[in-house]
Design a protein around this ligand. Structure first.
Ligand SMILES: Nc1ncnc2c1ncn2[C@@H]1O[C@H](COP(=O)(O)OP(=O)(O)O)[C@@H](O)[C@H]1O
Ligand SMILES: [Mg+2]
Length: 301
């Protein structure tokens, strides 16, 4: 549905996009992740034809998008910075809907639906400045989703958002994808991408350096397990779980392993007396930071 090839954009000496490529299928949600300055926002703005790129192509459903040939109805962008007009929530949505070419009847229907999905119904008559930060975030996203675009770009939509906002937003995005929209969702939070059941694209220095399912990209990364014992004295470590892989911290054992659950089981099997006095066990899945670190090491950075 969205097909981006060879995007380049330079700001003076700064190369913001350096051959950025991304394909997104209908109904797919791509979690676009990467450190600040990786080019994610520039990419989103380029796809929405809000800036002129130096090279590359953007296609939606096979048709090219350029600043001259914008197709507002096909694309929705919720930019990283909040952009709302100082009027009511309802007027903001009406304005967005008209911009996207919705007729009067459809507009009213979609506003009602989208407001409901994002918990904005009661807030529609309120002036934007009276809304909380989270409510403004939801309104900002609603304005981009209202017209059910074929391609939806959300640039860090949950930064500083409260849990209610996050949950409503994630569900609304998943629903839209289930109707066939191709979504690019920028975030720094891996758990959100689990909820969205998103695939991953990792951006670095203006290009995508890794692309695949979460399972593919995270499988090779070690996780961590912490076991707390009533008394850790006298614990025996199997050879592969000592040194770098694991150690005793007070009465806690922390082990880092590709399969942390199996490692914990081996440690307990080797220490049956301690196992009987295990207090708690906690698994930490690999984080996005672990993924960046691994990719950057592998690419020799
Ligand atoms: N309008 C601009 N003028 C100059 N430099 C810019 C501009 N927009 C982005 N950049 C630079 O381009 C790079 C990529 O930025 P950006 O796309 O915002 O990254 P991200 O969203 O991944 O944090 C950064 O080095 C940033 O400073
Ligand atoms: Mg950004």
């Amino acid at each position: 549905m969205l097909s981006v090839a060879g995007l380049r954009k330079r700001y003076g000496e700064v190369v913001a996009l350096d051959g950025f490529e991304l394909e997104v299928a209908p109904g797919e949600i791509v979690g676009l992740v990467g450190h600040n300055g990786a080019g994610k926002t520039t990419f989103a703005r380029a796809v929405a034809a809000l800036l002129r790129v130096d090279a590359g192509t953007v296609r939606v459903a096979g048709r090219p998008i350029t600043p001259r040939r914008r197709r507002p109805g096909e694309l929705g962008l919720a930019p990283q910075e909040l952009a709302l007009f100082p009027t009511t929530a309802l007027e903001n949505l009406r304005y967005a809907g008209r911009l996207y070419g919705l007729g009067r009847h459809t507009l009213a229907e979609r506003i009602a639906e989208t407001a409901e999905a994002l918990g904005l119904t009661e807030l529609l008559p309120r002036p934007v400045e009276d809304l909380s930060g989270g409510q403004q975030r939801r309104l900002h996203a609603a304005a981009a989703m209202l017209h059910r675009p074929r391609v939806l770009l959300l640039d860090e939509p949950t930064v500083g958002a409260d849990p209610v906002t996050r949950e409503l937003l994630l569900h609304a995005v998943r629903d839209l994808a289930d109707r066939g929209t191709a979504v690019v969702y920028t975030t720094h939070y891996l758990p959100e991408l689990e909820v969205l059941d998103a695939t991953l694209a990792v951006a670095d220095h203006g290009r995508v350096i890794a692309r695949g399912s979460r399972a593919e990209l995270l499988a090779a990364l070690p996780g961590r397990v912490t076991l707390s014992f009533a008394d850790g004295a006298g614990l025996v470590f199997p050879p592969d779980l000592s040194g770098h892989a694991g150690g005793l911290h007070g009465d806690d054992v922390v082990i880092t392993a590709i399969d942390p659950a199996a490692a914990a089981a081996r440690l307990l099997a080797a220490n049956p007396e301690h196992a009987a006095r295990l207090r708690s066990i906690a698994l930490d899945a690999p984080s996005l930071d672990d993924l960046y670190r691994e990719l950057l090491t592998r690419n020799g950075a």
